[in-house]
Design a protein around this ligand. Structure first.
Ligand SMILES: Cc1cc2nc3c(=O)[nH]c(=O)nc-3n(C[C@H](O)[C@H](O)[C@H](O)COP(=O)(O)OP(=O)(O)OC[C@H]3O[C@@H](n4cnc5c(N)ncnc54)[C@H](O)[C@@H]3O)c2cc1C
Length: 356
């Protein structure tokens, strides 16, 4: 029997951030991941403090952005991979009214550090932006593929990772112990993203409304190659265009609550290509397409903590559309609860679902 402090199920950004919290606090663990349905691996990996549709700050922008940038920089050193790249972000203005709204927003206390208070003219010959851009500060992107692959390799070398599906039917609780196959643990943390809907310990629908608790939201991204685009910043309009280097760009994303498969669709490809052609005026070729499932919640807040008084079984889920940014600081909140009994704020405590 292998004895550990924690079992962690799922190694997307929720699982990775929690494992890091465990390592930093000298707790032993074993993590399981089956690499099947992922959100983290296909995410654009954009760190951005502003909702660029309405020019408002994202939830907990200051804390989440600063802690995530620090987290990815430190993790880069640890796993020997350049995960974080500081990259400028420009919001394309569609009208003079939008320019004015930007200037008003940039004067607000909660946004002044994030929005440059000026209109930047468009000097890219193949970008359609006659009203120019607004520049967002404190932005960057994470190489999520490197993050997952390198982190799993790191854990494998440390003998802390098993690449297989966690079988819930083999899990038992006995005398304050969590037992799974040949592992005995003190606690278990489920970080399965949208696949939590197959976890028998997680309720599928709300008690009162019978509405779904964890809502899968499919997103697709294209990779394009364009020799002439020569874009060196991330652009946001009706979609994101993200430079990857060597004339490759990521373009997306779509949102679909009805299709929960991870298969890519021609419908998404057509939608993205149509929108892209409104923004860029040069030739491009679609070279790849990926799909992932975002684990979203109806109040757009994550699920952290335990559903019962059994202080052995915990969830870290509901990271929604901005998990890459939010997960590192949320992992600290969860760890403080599992180890130090520091109460999780109501807004993000999974127990709020009992009122739904
Ligand atoms: C197209 C797209 C673009 C996005 N862009 C951004 C962005 O730019 N910035 C941002 O901050 N966020 C972005 N997001 C959101 C972000 O990806 C998610 O919030 C976050 O990745 C969710 O992480 P997670 O760890 O909860 O779930 P996941 O990444 O889905 O990880 C769950 C893991 O658990 C594993 N698993 C599940 N069940 C089991 C089991 N029984 N046994 C073993 N393993 C299991 C799965 O295989 C998976 O690897 C984007 C999402 C999508 C889909």
């Amino acid at each position: 029997m292998k004895e550990v402090d924690y079992i962690v199920v799922g190694l997307g950004i929720a699982g990775i951030s929690f494992c890091e919290e465990l390592e930093n606090n000298h707790k032993s663990f074993i993590a399981f991941d089956n690499d099947k349905v992922t959100s983290t691996k296909v995410a654009a990996g954009v760190i951005n403090p502003v909702v660029l549709k309405r020019f408002t700050p994202v939830w907990n922008a200051k804390l989440h952005v600063s802690s995530s940038i620090l987290f990815y920089k430190q993790l880069s050193k640890k796993i020997d991979s350049k995960l974080f790249q500081e990259t400028s972000m420009f919001r394309i203005f569609k009208s003079i009214a939008e320019q004015n709204n930007w200037m008003v927003a940039s004067d607000k206390k909660e946004l002044e550090e994030f929005l440059e208070p000026k209109i930047i003219p468009n000097n890219y010959p193949h970008i359609n932006a006659p009203f120019g851009f607004g520049k967002v500060n404190s932005t960057g992107k994470i190489d999520t593929i490197a993050l997952i692959e390198k982190y799993k390799k790191y854990l494998q070398l440390e003998k802390k990772y098993q690449n297989n599906t966690f079988d819930y039917s083999l899990l038992t609780f006995k005398n304050q112990q969590v037992i799974y196959n040949n592992v005995v643990s003190k606690k278990i943390v489920f970080c399965e993203g949208s696949s939590v809907n197959t976890n028998p310990f997680f309720p599928k629908v709300a008690q009162h409304s019978k509405a779904a608790i964890l809502i899968p939201n499919k997103g697709e991204y294209l990779t394009i190659k364009s020799n002439d685009l020569k874009l060196d910043a991330m652009l946001k309009s009706s979609l994101f265009i993200i430079p990857l280097g060597n004339d490759f760009y990521k373009v997306g994303a779509t949102y679909d609550r009805d299709d929960v498969s991870v298969q890519v669709t021609t419908q998404a490809r057509d939608e993205l290509v149509l929108k892209l052609k409104e923004i860029i005026t040069c030739d491009f070729e679609v070279v790849d397409q990926v799909a992932g499932i975002r684990p979203t919640t109806r109040d757009r807040r994550p699920f952290l903590g335990s559903l019962t008084d059994n202080q052995q079984l915990f969830f870290f889920n509901g990271l929604g559309t901005r998990g890459i940014t939010a997960a590192p600081s949320l992992a600290k909140v969860l760890f403080n609860f599992t180890e130090n009994s520091i109460e999780i704020p109501k807004e993000i405590n999974i127990r709020r679902i009992y009122k739904w």
